[in-house]
Structures are given as C-alpha cells and as structure tokens.
Design a protein around this ligand. Structure first.
Ligand code: GLU
Length: 408
C-alpha cells in the first residue's frame, strides 16, 4: 500500500469514500462504461521545449483506444495541442500569446494534430474524424443537436471522433477556453458513461501535493461540496492549462449529465489500460437518478448568467420535486435575462443545481421574498408564479420523492 493510500484512510469526509485497501482493481464504473470521452491536454501531448508531438506516448494511448474499440466500447477523444504545436512551427516567442497569435498558431497546429490522430488511428485499423466546435455549437440548441447527431453517426460508423475547440474563429468572449470543460460538454452532449481527464496529476488532492506533505488524494467524490471546490484552488495552480478548478467545473457538468468523471495521470504510457489495472485516480461519481435530455442541456451546455440563493424551505421543496417560487429566494446576482440559465445556491453556498429563470434580474430582484400572488401588482404584469419551474431545473442531488423528471 502506498503512503498516500495509508494517509488516505484518515479521510473521514462523508462525501469521500474510504480508500480501498485491497489490491487495485478496475472500478465497476470503468468496467461498465460503454461510451467513453477521453480528454488529452497539450502538456501531455507536446514537448514544451521542442514543440514536438510526443509520438510514443500518443501511440500508447491509441493502442489503448484500439483495445477499447475492439471490446465494443465507443471512444471520443477531446484533444488539445493545436496551439502548442502551431506556435513552434510559426516560431512564436515563448510566454503567453495574444488572441490573434493563438488563433494563428491553432490554424497551423490543428493540421498536424489531425494528421497525427489520423495516422495513429489508421495504423491500428481505426478511422479518426475531426470535429472542431465553437461555444455557439453547444449553446444554441439546434447546432448542439446537429453536432450531437454527427458524433453519434461517426460512432455508429465505428470512427473515433477527435474533438477540439475551433480556436481560429473563437474570440475571447465566445470560447470555451479550456478543454476540460469542453470535454465535459462533449460527454454530456453524447450521453457518455465516463469522462477521463488525463492530467499531469493523478487526481484531486486535499491540498496542493507539491507544497503540502499532508496532502492526500481522494479516491471517490460523490458530491461537489464547497470543501471539494476549495481543494481545487485557483485556476492555473497546476501545470496543466485549466488547472484543477476547471476540472471541478467539468465534474459538475459531467455529473449533472449522469456521466462519471475520472482524473488520472497521463504521464504514463497506456494510461487507459492503467485505469483498467486500477490506476490511482479520483472518481467523481454521478448520481444514479435518470437525467432527461433537457436537464443535460440546462446543466451541461449553457453558461450560467447569474446566481439565485434560496432558503432552506425552498431547498427542501425543490429536492422533493417542487418549483422554485420567488418567496423562497433570498438574493439574486449576475446579469441574467428571462430564459437564461442561473446557478441555484443554498444559504450555505452549496450549488444545488441550475435552471432556466422565468424573470430577468431586474424583475426578479423586486419579487424575491414575496408571495407569487403579489407578482402582478409589483411588476405591473402577470408573469409566471414560479421563478424557476421544476421542468426547467436540473438539480445536482437526487430528488427525494418527487415526480419523475418530465421528458421533452
Ligand atoms: N484548444 C486549445 C489547443 O488545441 C487548448 C485548450 C486547452 O488546452 O485546454 O491548443
């Protein structure tokens, strides 16, 4: 047993399962996952100094992908690396690039990236397919459905979709920015069973492992609590581009879509086989209740535009399947319009879920804490009684005894 494992036994947090002290074994979630999204980051794929593709490593990953495909599992790859490859080919200086430089680098590097996947896939009897998406492709429902159909069809044709952000046309305001969240949105879009984030670190630690000797890796996370979020620290504290913070954001999106997520080290060859052999990792397990297509869309694809804080009574009501009424809201923030997605937060700061809000912020501010019967008088028009209707809500927790989710 490793030192990490023995220290981990002290972890008593109720959201974190005790460490499995038996010999490493395949987690049941991994064994059962039929549709898998694998996120590969630039730091793993491209040598920092030379800007060369780490071909041997990628070959080992593609061996794993071929083995999974041979076992009847569907694999979607979300790969970064376009900018890292292209900046070297364009001889751009080291250090942060401005937007135009990144776009230029991506335009050059994406060709090499796609070629590499094509070659490595072909050598294993597989066919790679390139999909470049922009934020609008997942935010706008028609385009989202279109992208989903294309990926579904490719999988049906036994191709391996390789997804990246279309960095050449993405601007600062309209980009995902990091492939952690992009991969979670893709996982949500295709109803994947498991999202694998190959990282430079083998999971989520209770503190930054390189600065704290007491840091322990969590094996399993079953709920994203404020404590878990705090462990992630700020963006960019890890070597990888997104840092642990964007990985936690990715976990929220994946879990809300009913998809398990795992962070494991990509610094070894054959990292997916390693998972089969019980590699060190942090598993973020999705709640087991069914998720409707609409809930997936609400929680996974849309950028939240504000936050609504609810009281304990409203929290209980929502968990039992009820809508959110203005009376149960204590505060609103952000800049949301009617129909936007907002985060629903409890008084203790816990993210309860997300929903489509029925009122713009200016109106919401005036009716919170008030009875629904007063809405017409306060606003001068008769709006909906609910601030967020239960059909427009995707909660992070299982419904206690509410009605089954409404299909769309
Ligand atoms: N899409 C970017 C690229 O291909 C990378 C974004 C990320 O690393 O998260 O270079």
């Amino acid at each position: 047993m490793t030192d990490t494992a023995s220290r981990h036994d002290k972890q008593q947090d109720q959201n974190v399962a005790a460490h499995d002290v038996a010999a490493p074994a395949t987690r049941p979630e991994w064994a059962a996952a039929r549709r898998i999204v694998v996120k590969i980051g630039s730091a793993l794929l491209v040598e920092r100094g030379s800007g060369q593709l780490k071909s041997d490593w990628l070959a080992s990953v593609m061996d794993d992908v071929a083995a999974l495909a041979a076992a009847g599992r569907e694999v979607v790859i979300v790969s970064s690396g376009a900018i890292a490859l292209g900046r070297h080919m364009l001889r751009l200086p080291a250090g942060p690039l401005d937007l135009e430089q990144s776009q230029a680098a991506a335009a050059v590097g994406q060709i090499s990236l796609a070629h590499a996947y094509q070659d490595f896939a072909r050598a294993r009897g597989l066919t790679a397919a390139q999909i470049l998406v922009t934020l609008g492709d997942t935010e706008e429902r028609r385009r989202y459905l279109n992208a989903r159909h294309t990926i579904e069809r490719l999988l049906a044709l036994k191709a391996i979709p390789v997804v990246n952000e279309n960095d050449t046309v993405a601007t600062t305001e309209i980009r995902y920015g990091d492939n952690d969240r992009l991969s979670a949105r893709v996982a949500s879009m295709v109803s994947a069973d498991c999202l694998v984030l190959l990282s430079d670190i083998d999971g989520l630690y209770t503190a930054p492992p390189n600065s704290s000797a007491a840091a322990t890796r969590l094996d399993v996370v079953t709920e994203i609590t404020p404590e878990i979020e705090a462990m992630a620290g700020d963006a960019g504290t890890e070597l990888s581009k997104g840092g642990m913070k964007t990985k936690i954001e990715a976990a929220k999106i994946a879990r809300a879509a009913g998809c398990d997520m795992v962070i494991t080290s990509g610094k070894v060859d054959n990292p997916l086989s390693a998972l089969t052999n019980g590699a060190a990792a942090t598993w973020f397990l999705a709640p087991s209740d069914p998720v409707t297509a609409k809930q997936r869309w609400i929680s996974g694809q849309l950028e939240p535009k504000g936050v609504i804080v609810v009281d304990v009574g409203a929290e209980k009501a929502m968990i039992s399947g009820k809508s959110l009424l203005p009376a149960g809201v204590t505060a609103v923030s952000g800049g949301f319009d009617r129909g936007d997605v907002v985060i629903i937060r409890t008084a203790s700061g816990h993210e309860l879920g997300r929903g489509l809000v029925a009122y713009a912020k200016a109106d919401a501010e005036r009716i919170i804490g008030k009875r629904s019967a007063e809405i017409a008088e306060i606003l001068g028009f008769a709006g909906r009684a609910e601030l967020i209707h239960r059909d427009d809500m995707a909660l992070n927790r299982a419904l206690a005894n509410g009605p089954p989710p409404q299909p769309i």
